[in-house]
Design a protein around this ligand. Structure first.
Ligand code: 5GP
Length: 224
């Protein structure tokens, strides 16, 4: 098995203090499994994590804000971004194109801030290939098929045809659960938020993510 690890001392030889490289926390699930609510709760509780705002070619839904929910762009602009390698990953989902702008993510990670992603399995696969050491992936499952259907129908933001399409797609999305680092069955929202928070707290302490540890321990040993 080849695991790429960074040597913290090599990355920051002179600092003497322990800092942290940010991580990429991906939450994926079929629509209606509660991912959006969990994301919102996490963002409220953690001020050093920000949401990656994707670009999409799909039409804006009522209540959505350009620059907050998505950057709504046309297919020509989307293609330009792909060709200029401005997207960290991109995929076609439900007939529309979605992608993650690269620069905001790279800047945040370098500054020690975490980034939360609401992207599908295709995007997660691409991030796993290009940024495995920075990636922490969590798959959220609904407690039952009945509950999934109920949540999708009461959302009422989409047409009946769209809901039916999403139900069909949910099975496809769910078949990728085993590619993720962590899996949560969202029976209780508070418990699921606490579970993701636990994952985040532990992953932040991973040795490879802490920059300057070697120097710090040398300092401790030298009585500094
Ligand atoms: P919605 O249109 O309902 O906001 O999102 C539909 C699906 O697209 C969701 O499963 C969401 O996770 C996924 N998605 C949103 N943004 C991105 C992105 O930038 N990349 C990828 N690969 N999927 C995305």
């Amino acid at each position: 098995m080849s695991t790429k690890t960074r040597d913290p001392a090599e990355a920051e030889p002179l600092s003497g203090e322990v800092r942290r490289r940010g991580l990429m926390l991906v939450l994926s699930s079929p629509s209606g499994a509660g991912k959006t609510t969990i994301s919102r709760r996490l963002l409220e509780r953690n001020h050093d994590i920000s949401m990656s705002v994707s670009v999409t070619t799909r039409p804006k839904r009522p209540g959505e804000v350009h620059g907050r929910d998505y950057f709504f762009i046309d297919p020509t602009e989307f293609n330009l971004m792909v060709n200029r390698r401005e997207l960290l990953e991109h995929a076609k989902v439900f007939g529309n194109y979605y992608g993650t702008p690269r620069s905001a993510v790279e800047e945040a990670l370098g500054a020690g801030r975490d980034v939360l992603f609401d992207i599908d399995w295709q995007g997660t696969q691409q991030l796993r290939e290009s940024a495995r050491t920075d990636l922490v992936s969590v798959f959220i499952l609904p407690p039952s098929a009945h509950e999934l259907e109920r949540r999708l129908t009461t959302r009422a933001q989409d047409s009946a045809e769209e809901i039916a399409r999403r139900m069909a797609k949910a099975n496809d999305e769910m078949s990728h659960w085993s590619e993720y680092d962590y899996v949560i069955v969202n029976k209780d929202l508070d418990q699921s938020v606490a579970a993701v928070q636990g994952i985040l707290d532990a992953e932040r302490l991973k040795r490879e993510r802490q920059v300057g540890l070697t120097e710090f321990v040398r300092g401790l040993q030298a009585g500094l």
